[in-house]
Design a protein around this ligand. Sequence first.
Ligand SMILES: [Fe+2]
Length: 310
Amino acid sequence: MITVKDIAFVRYQVTDLASMEQFLLDFGLHQVARTELALYMRAAGAEHHSHISELGDRSAPVGFGLLAQSLADLERLAAHLDLTVEDNPDPGGGKRVRFTDPAGFVVDVIHGQARHEPLATRAPLAMNPSVQRQRFGEKVRVARRPSSVMRLGHVAILVPNVQEMLAFYHNVLGFRVSDTYWAGNKQNTIAAFLHCGLGEQWTDHHTIALVTTQDGLARFDHCAFEVLDLDDLFQGGEYLRARNYKHSWGVGRHVQGSQIFDYWRDPFGNKIEHWTDGDLVNDDMPVGHAEISNEEMSQWAPPLMPDFYE
Ligand SMILES: [Fe+2]
């Protein structure tokens, strides 16, 4: 077992790099590299890139990248899977171990990739809750602009066999379960939210979410990017709305992970989430097991439309 400290990037195949780039710029990412065949976009944080689009003859999710805690972890992973540690050919370099997971996603576990100076953003806004004032003599003025996307937070994937994936991501990559959902009876686990196994260190409630697919086909449900703060989520959403991008669901607050969320569709129909104010967990927290329902998807939100699941 190795330690993964975070998710690094998501990788999609698309039929047109230019329209994906324009959408991602409006969503709040920044270009780091573009060739004839691929587009690499970064967030404001230090990771080299968080979103990769590769030109192909159809639109499809390909896989994702995970950050190994150390080079020794990468070497241990390679030995365990009978693979080799290779030079990472993507911009930013470093080393990688590439494999296909049990559901068929191409996973790059990487280490030593170049990092950026974080991009400048405004400071998070101090709020004035009624019983805990924090802002004195200061006005709130936020610019109308794309969200300040800080980092990739998680990917949610639809898979034929949640238990098989759970076992793989726990036994091989050290992920821990934060919460699960059951349907019908408590033995029938149909979704699992996994956090990086970092011991006592606090980490996102989920870095990978596994959800049982209804049609047997593995694919992404969505990828999710953390934005600067609440105003950044709302006004960044208005920025996308003004440019006629397809909205999916939100704004609301999830149950599992508690994020305030807003879901959009990229030009190829992929669901992509802005979120803020998520829960942090560590390996000592009890694992939850709740019955799945539409009510379990949010604590408050506009009605969930059937096309959310398409
Ligand atoms: Fe999400």
